[in-house]
Design a binder for this molecule. Sequence first.
Ligand SMILES: Nc1ncnc2c1ncn2[C@@H]1O[C@H](COP(=O)(O)OP(=O)(O)OP(=O)(O)O)[C@@H](O)[C@H]1O
Length: 376
Amino acid sequence: MPAIHLSGVVKTYVSGARPAVRDLDLTIPDGSFTCLLGPSGCGKTTTLRMIAGLEQPTRGEIRVGDRVLDSVERGVYVPPEKRDMGLVFQNYALWPHLTVQGNTEFGLRMRKVPAERRKARAKEALEKVHVADCMDRYPSQLSGGQQQRVALARMLAVDPDVLLLDEPLSNLDARLRLEMRAELKRIHDETGATVVFVTHDQMEAMTMATHIAVMSEGELQQVAPPMEMYERPGNRFVAGFVGSPPMNIVPAGESGLAGSLLRYAEKRADGLGTPGCVGVRPEALKLAASQDEVPDTAWSDEAVVEAVLPTGASWTVQLRVLDTEMFAVTHEDPEAAPGDRLRCWARPGRLHLFAEDGARMSAWDDATTTTPKVVS
Ligand SMILES: Nc1ncnc2c1ncn2[C@@H]1O[C@H](COP(=O)(O)OP(=O)(O)OP(=O)(O)O)[C@@H](O)[C@H]1O
């Protein structure tokens, strides 16, 4: 199955209103697990529905390889049933009058697959998602998680090249969600299908995706593999949205912590330009009892501990650094109490600088990945 290409795609539901999706150029690589990630209302579902053929773009083109599925300009529209894509939505809509087996065979029946073959394929799909023992039950006799699995089995049974999933795990409890994430990942590895998965949960995207496409207000912000996006968010929005707890983002300024970070950055990188803000992830913000323990090239400043919040696996430390509240996460007991005065520090490569328009300042990345200049 070739890649899916969206070129210049716009979707306006109400004429004159702001488009739900704006000038979207996105390539979904063949065999990838691509997550469309963003806050509620950013246009993820609309994008997925356009790929599925359930909505038509107002402008632009959708192709799979060379095959045009939608082109308003060329008058092309391929209906959903001719796209060879499997769909699972948040409200998985199983047929209440059909058993699990009947539901799972449904798509195959539509495709006139012979009964014996249908039965075998349904069983195989139900085994993949571990609900084969519920074959004779009706949807009302299943838990939410089991219904979710049956919906997935129904989609897998027809063996589509592209799986389109819209928040399919949203109704599950935390443990089942975790299990299903692992299962979806396994199914993706086994089938080699191209998966497009809509979620607003960045953990879900980080754990499953090969590629994440972050959207905000109908516009694509960045597409990248998860770790690349985490380590080098392309702009301020992505930096704040991807990561939990979120990145500490300090708007640039003359005084206080903002001034301290800026003076450090200017010393570290010549001709940098004017940053709009500086970010540091909580786990990159380190604590030290005194300046002697801080590496020479690191940025550091005085911090007062405001709260220590153990989570079991780690500790979140709330700090006041000069005039600014910051969060640090540590996997070792910080052995600190509210009111303690410490040094907090970060290596230059762990600081993220964004320009006034929000774009990442690559000049800073270049400066911090070359031989460090000693900061006096
Ligand atoms: N059928 C529709 N008619 C009019 N406006 C719509 C329609 N469907 C979606 N919208 C609007 O388009 C925008 C994008 O909606 P969409 O459902 O694509 O976002 P989303 O990112 O998937 O959000 P969520 O995570 O809440 O599902 C929203 O402002 C929404 O109100």
